[in-house]
Ligand binder design. Sequence first.
Ligand code: F6P
Length: 348
Amino acid sequence: MEKSAKPKKIGILTAGGDCPGLNAAIRGVGKTAIVEYGMEVIGFNAGYLGLINNDYFELKESQLSGILTLGGTILGTSREKPFKLVKNGEKDQHKPEKIIQNYKDLGLDCVVCIGGNGTMKTANMLAKEGLNIIGIPKTIDNDVWGTDVTFGFDSAVQIATDAIDRLHTTANSHQRVMIIEIMGHHAGWLALYSGLAGGGDIILLPELKYNIRSVCKKIESRYEDNKPYSIVVVAEGINHPKGKTAAAHIGSAIHTYTGIETRETILGYIQRGGSPTPMDRILATQYGAYATKSIADGNFGTMVAIKNNNLTTVPLEDVGGKLRLVDADFPLIDNARKMGVSFGDEFL
Ligand code: F6P
């Protein structure tokens, strides 16, 4: 799509799972666009579905006031993937064609796509179709490739840490092993950070292969050291049998091998709800403002990112389809091991 000399009309959408800070990012994009650059802003409803169905509304500056602290997204979201392969293995060109037509008919100069890995993959495909696209990374999982941090993560760490803190007292009273399951199918960032912040004794991540005997040995040695309770933090994506939750699997295995009483807590969607932390409000605001600056600069086909504490952009082409996972030699893991935290992978 041709670049207009001065972008005048932009669209914003939020796609994928929601997280705290989405409204702060919408506000950051929209207010900067209206106040600083005099652009017209529209919001698409329910992620890429809104772009396919031409379902949008105008976002006036007044509508962007009072949403900074609000959880969820005023635009709604969905997991719609317009380029998804259909059954016979062929792409359904119908949806991308509709998107391109709507983009042209609305006279858009850019669409800002706020989302996680899946959203960035689609954003890149739309950029390849010739649309002017800018991505903003969000997710509580913190696993978007190309940036050091996504907004939503800090809020989720706070919620999960608070939950782990509360488990300590009840675990101690009953002398139990408490297993808490934290979100993260592929990436264990949230389990790692909340586990360490909450003083977890054992932290199991999808990236590290655990051994249940190693987990039990750690618990038994704590009992021998007069520490009559343990907190086990497990990411939902650790290896476990289908039909059982990760927490239930680990809890019953610990009980079977040690005979110690166990209880499980699955934190679930609480981790994605509610008001963003101040850090997430600032990060989302910065990302939003920088995305709009990137539009004004004509820096399309990119995702805004933080690298070494600096705001920057990375090509969407490099981001799509990749995940940023926890490395086994990530320094925090080494620090934790040296303090006696177990990752269930210790040599027996
Ligand atoms: O947003 C990421 C995430 O929270 C994952 O950690 C989780 O497994 C997934 O979303 C579940 O979301 P949904 O049920 O909305 O698909």
